[in-house]
Design a protein around this ligand. Structure first.
Ligand SMILES: Nc1ncnc2c1ncn2[C@@H]1O[C@H](COP(=O)(O)OP(=O)(O)OP(=O)(O)O)[C@@H](O)[C@H]1O
Ligand SMILES: [Mg+2]
Length: 295
């Protein structure tokens, strides 16, 4: 690690010759927990001193709202995509987290991407590159319907994570997303699909069976199925406070499980995460595999 202020006049420390990984969260089913996972995992990483840049690539700007991006700025929100100059906004209630926001202007940026004659899939990755020198990780939240913003986010990614509410429909979304990732892998050989994060889990109804399907699918695909984030009644309350539930309810199961997920996923990305949470997360994952697969 060297201080680079003297070299490029920027007040941060950078790993020599290393740029931050880019994690893109996908599921081609709407309401699959993509935004919730991005908000909460970023929140946890931030409390561990990891500098996170969230990028809201959804024209519905749910992530920007969750982070408390001011309503009066939303009219210009997303203008960075057309201009090619993303400006991270420091998120007030999430230490070490900044947001490249969405808003009324994101759609015109997506139109601009559509019209690029050459390398339109690479455009997003190119304009985000400078941020990979200023942060430890970039976390991209995507929209469910497929357009150039999603394929661009996958082409910009070093790693991909698919979230799935543990219900049958979002799982089909994972399958469709994986088809998409497969298509892109040819053009982006280094892209790593790290796995699935099951969301809003409880032992009622179809959820255990859905978790079983996800675990089996992960095994077939050779990726990880992370221990599920529990269902919680607290979701939604953060729309007032803009603090992720994982931070507000840190000692509740939802807070703890987001820490396991943040540690396990962070480890896949090469981030420095607390060994305590990583070890506990690994044990929990083994336990889940034993329970689900009966091994
Ligand atoms: N742990 C949880 N417990 C209960 N509900 C949850 C949990 N996590 C997410 N949800 C709920 O699931 C719904 C979908 O979540 P979210 O908005 O994160 O999905 P999404 O994939 O980003 O959706 P979209 O595709 O519309 O962007 C939301 O209503 C959210 O509050
Ligand atoms: Mg969303």
């Amino acid at each position: 690690m060297i201080a680079v202020e003297t070299l490029v006049n920027r007040p941060y420390v950078e790993k020599v010759c290393q740029v931050a990984p880019v994690l893109t969260i996908v599921n081609r089913k709407g309401g699959a927990g993509k935004t919730s996972a991005a908000h909460n995992i970023a929140g946890v990483w931030g409390t561990w001193g990891i500098r996170v840049c969230l990028v809201d690539l959804d024209t519905a700007f749910n992530l920007s709202e969750a982070c408390g991006y001011p309503e009066e700025l939303r009219v210009h929100g997303g203008a960075w995509l057309a201009s090619g100059t993303p400006e991270p906004w420091p998120v007030p209630n999430m230490p070490n987290c900044a947001l490249v926001p969405s808003g009324a202007q994101l759609a015109s940026g997506i139109e601009r991407m559509e019209k690029l004659a050459i390398d339109r899939e690479r455009y997003l990755g190119k304009i985000l590159t400078p941020l990979r020198h200023r942060f430890d990780v970039l976390l991209l939240d995507t929209k469910p319907d497929l357009d150039i913003s999603v394929t661009g986010a996958l082409a910009a990614a070093t790693h991909v994570l698919a979230t799935a509410l543990t219900l049958p429909q979002p799982i089909y979304g994972v399958v469709r997303s994986l088809g998409l990732v497969d298509d892109l892998r040819e053009g982006v050989p280094d892209l790593k699909v790290i796995g699935f994060l099951p969301m809003a889990y409880n032992t009622r109804g179809l959820r255990p069976a859905a978790l079983g399907s996800l675990v089996e699918m992960a095994q077939e695909y050779g990726v990880t199925c992370f221990p599920p984030i529990p269902y919680t009644e607290h979701v939604g309350k953060e729309s007032q406070t803009h603090v992720p539930v994982a931070l507000t309810y840190r000692n509740a199961p939802v807070g703890q499980h987001y820490r396991y997920a943040a540690a396990l996923i962070g480890d896949h990305l090469g981030l420095t995460v607390p060994t305590e949470w990583l070890d506990r997360g690994r044990r929990l994952q083994e336990q889940m595999m034993e329970e689900v697969l009966g091994t």
